[in-house]
Design a protein around this ligand. Structure first.
Ligand code: CTP
Ligand code: MG
Length: 224
């Protein structure tokens, strides 16, 4: 069955605070999206890669390794929907990946795809949570301390049977949801099971300026 990957790169990167869109900020001399694209393309399982790009960047040379480039939407959910609409008809498995998780290794794409190919409809990588998390009300008062052993910090690539993720996004549109936290949550809303596999430390998301420091250190370590 044919595996495609959608790399969503159309966000502004408000929290990073750079002038250009986050996916085009450079680490190790290359844009974040270039690194993400490389990793997807180097996965033995992935045979087609669609990049969802911010306006004006569709023709950027950093995207030359993609099989298709489509414009982004107002929210991440809309950007993913644009990517889904651009998949070749023979696609049976879809991996959806944040360009901001630019150093997720090819092996993580392989692992997630393998679990979908083995029969799971929705597969997401997750790591144990290191911080103690609190549920807080509007007044700043703690209302609960969830048991950390039951929590996972989830990453991308998230993998899906194509029919399932298409249905999950269509149902979100029907409900009027526009900005889902992630793609797996839309599958959860269908009442279908989502399977968690081991995530990878290098699949952290570049969100704030200090994350760029970590990314360049990881790259330097790989090159050594
Ligand atoms: N994304 C997208 N289209 C959007 C919003 C986000 O393709 N309209 C992508 C981002 O490019 C990123 C991924 O979704 O690769 C995860 O989103 P996030 O880390 O929140 O990136 P931004 O939305 O760009 O950052 P911020 O929320 O700080 O503005
Ligand atoms: Mg965002």
């Amino acid at each position: 069955m044919s595996v495609a990957c959608i790399v969503v790169a159309a966000g502004r990167g408000e929290r990073l605070g750079e002038e250009r869109p986050k996916a085009f900020v450079e680490v190790g001399g290359r844009p974040l999206v270039w690194h993400a694209l490389q990793a997807a393309a180097r996965s033995a399982r992935v045979s087609y890669v669609v990049v969802v790009a911010p306006g004006g960047f569709e023709g950027d040379p950093a995207l030359s390794g993609a099989d298709a480039v489509v414009p982004g939407g107002a929210t991440r959910q809309h950007s993913v929907a644009n990517g889904l609409a651009a998949l070749p008809p023979e696609t049976g498995v879809v991996l959806i990946h944040d360009a901001a998780r630019c150093l997720a290794p090819p092996s993580l794409f392989d692992d997630v795809a393998a679990e979908v190919l083995a029969g799971y409809d929705a597969v997401i990588p997750g790591l144990a949570v290191v911080d103690t998390l609190k549920v807080v009300d509007g007044a700043g008062r703690v209302t609960a301390t969830p048991d950390r052993s039951q929590l996972r910090a989830v990453q991308t690539p998230q993998g899906f049977a194509r029919a399932v993720i298409d249905r999950a996004h269509a149902a979100a549109v029907e409900r009027g949801d526009t900005d889902a936290p992630d793609d797996a949550s839309l599958v959860e809303r269908l009442g279908l099971p989502v399977h968690v596999v081991a995530g990878h430390a290098d699949a952290f998301k570049v969100t704030r300026p200090q994350d760029l420091l970590l990314a360049s250190t990881v790259l330097a370590r790989r090159a050594a």
